[in-house]
Design a protein around this ligand. Structure first.
Ligand code: KPL
Length: 289
């Protein structure tokens, strides 16, 4: 696997528990790490085998859990050891990643995953599982779960093969478009988007645009539900800092190009104006990350 963030480590532990041999691929010179994983009922020590791409065995299955903007480079970095038919699963925010991977590696079977599992890093060596959620995996035109999915099904709670993963990814993208950029620009926790009337009106405006783009792109279920779903997620995650706000506060690059940037590309392709989303896109980009 590539990407040792909180979600990546959580999935590494699930897959290891299901009997997979998981190796965390890291850059040369990175110190070996032992991670303490705080699950709801137990604290376990996650002993991950670690290696550089140069030192690792041939890669038969690659899980990428980096930030969206690092996925392309991560995949390229693994190229020398990647077996020609190795399934690659990208578990990252946003959309457009599968297309980029296909541009670089047209014959590689690339799949995507999306999850509502919550996990965060408490400190350098500790990861806390913050909330249970569902995970959907699919792609590469594969309708039925392929054999490599068996340990996912076994080890990851509430994990499903999704023959229409693009709809699931779009639905998550729509929610992220309605919440993340606004919280990043206003420096507020998710809940304030419901509590402050001015911000709630902006969420409603963004959702109207997102709904129109969703209809045009054929994502009807999202189009019909996004306004209600966005508010439900805002209330359910009221005390959370969105991942984009966390990125801004940590001085990291944001994933805006793969979230609102992707929505705007789809809007443009269908000739649908999305001025509120476009304005927020420009604002987040001007935050300097
Ligand atoms: O996915 C999220 C994120 O922060 O990226 C939400 C759902 C907005 C929760 O914070």
């Amino acid at each position: 696997m590539l990407g040792a963030g909180a979600i990546g480590c959580l999935f590494a532990s699930y897959l290891q528990r299901a009997g997979c041999t998981v190796t965390l691929l890291h850059r040369p010179g990175t110190p070996e790490r032992t991670l303490r994983l705080e699950l709801a009922d137990t604290t376990t020590t996650l002993q991950l085998q670690q290696a550089t791409v140069a030192d690792c065995a041939p890669i038969e299955h690659l899980l990428i859990t980096t930030k969206a903007y690092d996925v392309r480079e991560a995949l390229r970095s693994a190229q020398q050891k990647l077996q020609p038919d190795a399934p690659v699963v990208i578990l990252a925010n946003g959309m457009g990643l599968q297309e980029e991977a296909r541009e670089d590696f047209p014959t590689l079977p690339v799949y995507c995953a999306t999850t509502t599992q919550g996990a965060h890093r408490v400190d350098a060596g500790r990861i806390r599982h913050a909330g249970k959620g569902a995970t959907f995996v699919g792609g590469a035109g594969t309708v039925l779960p392929p054999p490599w999915f068996a340990p996912w099904k076994m080890g990851v709670e509430d994990c499903h093969w999704d023959a229409d993963i693009d709809s699931a990814l779009w639905h998550k993208l729509a929610i992220n478009c309605a919440i993340n950029p606004l919280t990043a620009v206003h420096g507020c926790v998710n809940g304030e988007l419901a509590e402050q009337p001015g911000l709630a009106a902006q969420v409603a405006g963004l959702c109207r645009e997102i709904s129109q783009v969703s209809y045009a792109a054929g994502y009807t279920a999202t189009a019909q539900r996004i306004a209600q779903t966005a508010m439900d997620v805002i209330r359910a995650t009221a005390s959370n800092q969105s991942s984009m706000l966390q990125d801004v506060e940590a001085g990291r690059q944001t994933e805006i190009n793969y979230i609102t940037g992707y929505l705007l590309k789809v809007a443009d392709a269908h000739g649908i104006p999305a001025p509120m989303n476009a304005a927020l896109y420009a604002k987040v980009n001007s935050l300097g990350n």
